[in-house]
Design a protein around this ligand. Structure first.
Ligand SMILES: O=P(O)(O)O[C@@H]1C[C@H](O)[C@@H](CO)O1
Ligand SMILES: Nc1nc2[nH]cnc2c(=O)[nH]1
Length: 282
């Protein structure tokens, strides 16, 4: 997508809504309900937006939702694009550039993830402090190819990808909401998927310093930071990864992932609502 092609997508969308949000949300698997916290909603099915990919994964509805929360305008991706769906990594992150041109300054990225850290429990919320972009370390990076300086520089730092002050805000809010017992902080590792990890792969990720593993987010964060959008990353721990060979534990499965997403919907809604209401303070 050239800069100009994103501009023409923007033209299509903005001619159909007067909302101009500065805060974006990406809903993880089973967390599409996050859009329910908005009112005065205007929803655009991805399939009706020119040049937009479509959602193919259960638990990702496929709507771009504009709406308000306590007077603050928000744009929400009810469904994200994964590389394993067959989309190129640059295509998966295209909506982030759309958000940039709409005026988004802060992006709250949520995902469902398996726990690698054995101190984490299903239902915990992991505030992402860093990521390991497993597939991106080779060359599957969303910024690969000719750089357009209108988005950002050729070489983008990532050592400060997950905004420190916003993380402090999330911690404070979690405490206030009495969610701090569920709040963990850690490193998210993105793998390509769609197969879940083998036991040996989980052991490897543990050695590398990963606390949770999933199939999204890192590429989105890279695209967001490249165009100077500040990022909050939140993983809902939906399953404990099997750490030992020949164990009787239940293998990871997408039904469980979606179910846990649904079960902890209210906690996430409360947290995200309060974050949005206080974002201007940092
Ligand atoms: O879109 P997210 O990262 O929340 O979804 C995770 C990764 C896979 O898409 C799916 C596996 O169950 O959940
Ligand atoms: N790769 C990966 N993605 C997930 N998404 C939700 N749970 C998992 C998991 O265990 N592994």
């Amino acid at each position: 997508y050239s800069y100009e092609s994103i501009e023409s997508i923007i033209k299509f969308i903005l001619s159909r809504t007067s909302q101009r949000p500065e805060i974006g949300i990406i809903c993880g698997t089973g967390m599409g309900g996050l859009a329910d916290i908005l009112y005065e909603k205007e929803s655009f099915p991805y399939k009706e937006i020119p040049d937009f990919p479509v959602s193919t994964v259960p638990g990702h509805l496929g709507f771009l939702v504009f709406g308000k929360l306590n007077g603050t305008q928000v744009i929400c991706m009810q469904g994200r694009f994964h590389v394993y769906e067959g989309y190129s990594v640059w295509k998966c992150v295209m909506p982030i550039r759309v958000m940039k041109l709409i005026g988004v300054r802060v992006l709250i990225i949520t995902n469902a993830a398996g726990s690698v850290n054995q101190n984490f429990s299903v239902g915990d919320i992991m505030l992402i402090k860093d990521h390991i972009n497993f597939s991106g370390l080779g060359s599957n990076n969303p910024l690969r190819g000719k750089n357009d300086d209108r988005w950002g520089p050729r070489f983008s730092p990532m050592s400060d990808a997950y905004d420190l002050r916003l993380r402090q805000l999330v911690r404070t809010i979690a405490k206030k909401l009495d969610l701090d017992k569920y709040l963990k902080e850690g490193v998210y590792c993105m793998i390509g998927g769609p197969s879940y990890e083998t036991v040996s792969e989980i052991q490897l990720l543990k050695l590398l310093g990963a606390d949770a593993v999933g199939m999204s987010t890192a590429h989105e964060v890279i695209a967001a930071r490249h165009c100077a959008i500040r990022v909050i990353g939140i993983s809902l721990i939906t399953n404990s990864c099997v750490m030992k060979h020949d164990s009787e534990e239940m293998p990871a499965n997408h039904e469980e992932v979606m179910e846990v997403g649904n079960l902890h919907k209210k906690d996430l809604e409360k947290l995200v609502t309060e974050i949005i209401m206080n974002i201007d303070t940092v």
